[in-house]
Ligand binder design. Structure first.
Ligand SMILES: *[C@@H]1O[C@H](CO)[C@@H](O)[C@H](O)[C@H]1NC(C)=O
Ligand SMILES: *[C@@H]1O[C@H](CO)[C@@H](O)[C@H](O)[C@H]1NC(C)=O
Length: 305
């Protein structure tokens, strides 16, 4: 979104439509965590050689590692990552003992082209039958460069289970995005991010430079590899660009960010629901009919910028 802040807030509320049903307001102990007010000047994207965009060392090292809930009620996780040089392994090793990753799950990889960009190998692997309220360690990049991370599963779903969500949207990859992410990380209570759309803003770059999807994945890994981020697509995920021969909306987003829509009986990743601790989360992307409504007529409605 690039609108004045009042309409932006309205747009976030109306257009991105991520609805969270929580406990009664009186029992919610959110509180004020910061006096931070975003400055009004236009922010500057971090240059490609920034520290936060560094490729991890080692041959074909997994990068852009991110996790999200992988089922209806929090006993599964989808692990996603990218390998650049060759497919490598789509297997995830995992377990509750850091030194003995006793389980493994097989994933799959995909790739896509966008104009003159070709993605790396994008892996997605679901770890199921996890125990609630448990710390799991997991490793990707088996046989080449292994990297290990961890996550906490949520408590079993129930009406009074305490749990803390962070809410982030419109993140982008400017110097301010980095401050926003650091602010989120500084709160030790935060357990899962509800991401209300507009991830990388790659579409603001010439030819929707998809390299900016890769940099965004590397930038956010320091949180997304350790905590589930619950995704919904915003207008910056549409990437509908007939002038570049790109007529399939949401192509980069849908290849990179998988969500467990099947678990709630949904037929589309653009609407689904999950339960997590005491929250029932309904995800609705208001732009989901974009291609069907407008693609055939070749009309590009300038929603947001
Ligand atoms: C894609 O095309 C643009 C415009 O011609 C050019 O600037 C850019 O370097 C190209 N990128 C690749 C990966 O070929
Ligand atoms: C981003 O933030 C991290 C953590 O605060 C810091 O180490 C890093 O240098 C920052 N990078 C940029 C480009 O601002």
């Amino acid at each position: 979104m690039g609108w004045p802040s009042a309409s932006r807030r309205l747009a976030v509320a109306l257009a991105l439509s991520l609805v969270v049903v929580v406990e009664l307001a009186g029992r919610c102990h959110g509180g004020v965590t910061s006096s931070f007010v975003r400055k009004t000047e236009k922010t500057v994207d971090m240059p490609l050689d920034s520290d936060v965009f560094r490729v991890p060392p080692g041959y074909n090292a997994p990068q852009q590692v991110h996790i999200t809930q992988g089922d209806l009620d929090g006993a599964a996780i989808i692990v996603s990552w990218v390998t650049q040089d060759e497919p490598g392994s789509s297997t995830v090793l995992y377990g509750a003992d850091k030194n003995k990753l006793e389980f493994y799950a097989e994933g799959k990889y995909t790739r896509y082209k966008f104009y003159n960009y070709t993605s790396g190998y994008i892996h997605h692997c679901t770890l199921g039958h996890l125990k609630y309220d448990t710390k799991y360690y997991y490793a990707v990049g088996i046989g080449q460069t292994m990297r290990q991370f961890w996550f906490m599963t949520p408590p079993k779903v129930g009406p009074d289970v305490p749990y803390t969500f962070g809410l982030i949207g419109d993140l982008g990859q400017s110097f301010d995005s980095n401050i926003t992410l650091s602010h989120y990380e500084s709160n030790p209570k935060a357990q899962t991010v509800l991401f209300v759309g507009d991830l990388s803003y790659a579409d603001d770059h010439p030819y929707h430079d998809n390299v900016r999807w890769d940099t965004w994945g590397r930038f956010t890994e320091r949180s997304t590899a350790y905590q589930p981020w619950i995704w919904v697509a915003g207008n910056h995920e549409i990437d509908f660009a007939p002038e570049l021969g790109e007529n399939v909306p949401f192509k980069p987003y849908s290849h990179r960010y998988h969500v467990p829509y099947w678990a709630s009986g949904s037929t589309s990743p653009f609407w689904y629901s999950i339960k997590r601790a005491s929250a029932y989360i309904i995800v609705l992307a208001s732009y989901s009919a974009y291609g069907i409504e407008l693609g055939g007529q070749g009309v590009l409605n300038p929603v947001g910028t």
